[in-house]
Design a protein around this ligand. Sequence first.
Ligand SMILES: Nc1ncnc2c1ncn2[C@@H]1O[C@H](COP(=O)(O)OP(=O)(O)OP(=O)(O)O)[C@@H](O)[C@H]1O
Ligand SMILES: [Mg+2]
Length: 345
Amino acid sequence: MAALAEVTHPGQSGKSITELGMVRDIESDGKKITVTLGFGKRRDPLAEYLIGATRAALIRHFPDCGSEVKTVVVEEPAPKKKGLDLDDSTIRGIKHIIGIASGKGGVGKSTVAVNLAIALTRLGYKVGLADADVYGPSVPTMTGTQGAEPMAEEVDGKELIIPIEKYGVKWMSIGYFAGEDQALIWRGPMACNALKQMILQVKWGELDFLLIDMPPGTGDIHISLVSDIRIGSAVIVTTPQKVALADVAKGVNMFRNDNVNCRILGLVENMAWFTPQEHPQEKYFLFGKEGGLQMARTLGLELLAQIPLVQSVRESGDAGEPDALSSRPDANAFLALAARVAEIA
Ligand SMILES: Nc1ncnc2c1ncn2[C@@H]1O[C@H](COP(=O)(O)OP(=O)(O)OP(=O)(O)O)[C@@H](O)[C@H]1O
Ligand SMILES: [Mg+2]
């Protein structure tokens, strides 16, 4: 119970699942612990998150034991209005949903996504960003919103999560529901459900653009994302290296699949060259010159922007004050990207 008392419900003023009486049963045979959580009939927007967090708490406290979390539906004293089926009513007011993707990890998807969101806002658009990286969410840190606790609100009989607003953008990330040091342990289908909740159960309101920061790779999560959520178009991020091509091509093909009706807007070449802060005129092509341009040609895509590798981009990301907010010249690369995306989306 002490371990489970660490699992708090962000939608219930941070009360723990033990306090809320959600722990219905604990069984253990010395090798495996099975915990049963009770949920009301009305769908809890944070159910998948709580299941994952409970499992993580068990693994933290009993690393040598197997652990399982079961759920039961319990009668609620006064069930309110009808339950929630995830539908697309929350994203109907959004003009363009754009996935920021790459088959490859660590090329700067999150950096590009966060800066593009801010740059679009600076151009006067209404923008939201959903962090679809349920295993390694980086949006809270990059935007300095770590520790924020989104509230839940009932809208037309549905429980919706209110996104965090900062720098004029509406942000949503699974990171808001888990401690920074809390590794999230999801099984595949759970991850997909949690992710859908992070996008479909959010009160986005009217937006011109919703950007989805995709996790690396081309796995189940990606397929579920592009097929279940109306991602209309995609921006592919790459570094100029030749070795990135095969992975990036895989990412591109995922969107070009016949069953996926998704238009690729183009390629962003990140870390196109290195410019030292003291010598802003100089360009060092660390990962090869014009690699992005060649890749765009090979893949039949437009090269939307070239973003230099500059220390301030990394520093501002770590500090939670994205570069696109600044008046430094490197912010212009993100503004130019935003202008092009807005033009062709
Ligand atoms: N143009 C750039 N200049 C300097 N640093 C950069 C640039 N782009 C990204 N970085 C840094 O590189 C690291 C990886 O970037 P980021 O997290 O955006 O990549 P990612 O593709 O989202 O990674 P993942 O695949 O893990 O989701 C971060 O520390 C980021 O600050
Ligand atoms: Mg990322």
